[in-house]
Design a protein around this ligand. Structure first.
Ligand code: DNO
Length: 400
């Protein structure tokens, strides 16, 4: 009874190989069929190719991250039925191949958001940072989203204008590119690498949510869950929704999984335990009223996958990804309640008492500066996080 240690791998295009991952202490892989366009079926044949590659390297495919829920499903467009039918087929095909945990999200348009992907921390490492002022500047003055000003206070707008006026053309370009393309393309987000007209395309995608508020988004999410969860029950698959990152509204879009209230809604919208959660301490921790250990305890039976990292919130509301065991987050307390849940599962006869865990993101450290990696996914920074978290788990396990 222990956490299954995993790392995310982005397939054959990832400069970090399965052979590398094998040496980190991880036994499991978290990956997706990144070459299949969103909305299409993942065939058994394609799934097996990746699976056997992983297994040949002495690892096991523990979690799918992500089986993307298309914008068409989120918006309930005329393509929704066709995409849900395909989604169900992919679930069945994954189950036939023995892969039974699926991480996904229901965030409209933008998956996760950071403004600085190379924030230098004191010891020389690099982390990812979210600046409210930079994001406001991006929204109003770079993206020029129609009516964006309505989302901000007069003071925020003034500060953003001040910043905008000091930025070089290159800095403006980089900020927009990072938010819309660089952080989204490698995780199969709405905009692909190489899209030159990304500001316009992004604005168009956003405008499609003009008439979708939180209630409507919840209605669409509930519809999706009640279609796919019965299939999951039949095939023994667990769905694990990822929280919003960051867990507060952005770009005038509704948020769906940000707080305890959202978790409560989720568990009522579709009570089956196959309707579960990816408990991402880093995303949830970017909001002070999310008390991580309490939240985990309350919804523990639904947690099918763990993303562990720490977020440091600054006085002005900005946040950055700090070291995995940084004391700004009670990771020790969280690990304790996680282990209690593993023990509880074992005692009550549940078979899933080895929840898969990955150190979510990592700092860029040491030789990471010499090797290409997707933002947030350098090898050594994640290895350090994994080792620290594994040590913490081992140290606590015998005392709980
Ligand atoms: C970012 C990730 C997210 C996550 C998706 C799950 O690094 O944590 O992109 O994979 O939201 O669907």
């Amino acid at each position: 009874m222990n956490l299954t240690k995993t790392l995310r791998w982005f397939g054959d295009n990832d400069a970090i190989t399965l052979t590398d991952i094998r040496q980190t202490g991880a036994t499991g892989i978290v990956t997706a069929l990144h070459h299949i366009p969103n909305g299409e079926v993942w065939s058994v044949e394609e799934i097996l190719k990746i699976k056997s590659n992983i297994e040949t390297n002495g690892l096991s495919w523990e979690v799918v991250e992500s089986l993307p829920v298309t914008e068409e499903i989120k918006k309930a467009s005329h393509l929704r039925e066709a995409h849900i039918t395909n989604y169900k087929q992919s679930i069945k095909n994954l189950a036939a191949c023995g892969i039974k945990t699926i991480c996904y999200n229901f965030m409209p348009v933008l998956d996760w958001a950071r403004t600085n992907l190379q924030y230098a921390i004191e010891n020389g490492a690099e982390a990812m940072y979210f600046s409210t002022n930079q994001f406001t500047t991006f929204d109003i003055f770079i993206l020029k989203r129609p009516n964006a000003e309505l989302s901000y206070t007069v003071k925020q707008i003034e500060k953003a204008k001040e910043l905008f006026d000091t930025m070089t053309e290159e800095e403006k370009e980089r900020l927009g590119y990072n938010i819309i393309v660089k952080t989204q393309s490698f995780i199969d987000g709405a905009i692909k690498e190489g899209e030159r007209n990304y500001l316009n395309v992004f604005n168009n995608l956003l405008s499609e949510y003009d008439d979708i508020d939180k209630n409507k988004l919840r209605e669409n999410f509930s519809y999706f869950l009640n279609e796919v969860i019965p299939v999951c029950e039949e095939y023994g698959v667990n769905m694990a929704v990822h929280p919003d990152d960051p867990p507060f509204p952005l770009l005038g879009l509704p948020r769906i999984m940000s707080s305890e209230e959202d978790f409560e809604w989720l568990s009522k919208a579709c009570p089956s335990l196959n309707n579960g959660i990816t408990f991402c301490s880093g995303s949830l921790g970017a909001r002070k009223d999310n008390k991580l250990s309490e939240l985990f305890k309350k919804y523990a039976e639904r947690v099918h996958f763990l993303h562990l990292r720490s977020t440091k919130i600054l006085d002005n509301g900005d946040f950055f990804e700090t070291e995995h065991l940084d004391e700004s987050v009670d990771m020790v307390g969280l690990m304790k309640v996680i282990i209690e849940e593993l023990k509880r599962r074992k005692k009550t006869g549940r078979l899933d008492f080895n929840i898969p865990m990955r150190p979510d993101h990592g700092h860029k450290i040491l030789d990471d500066f010499k090797r290409k990696a997707n933002p947030g996914y350098p090898l050594l920074g994640r290895l350090k996080g994994l080792a620290e978290l594994a040590g913490l788990e081992r140290g606590i396990r015998d005392f709980v």
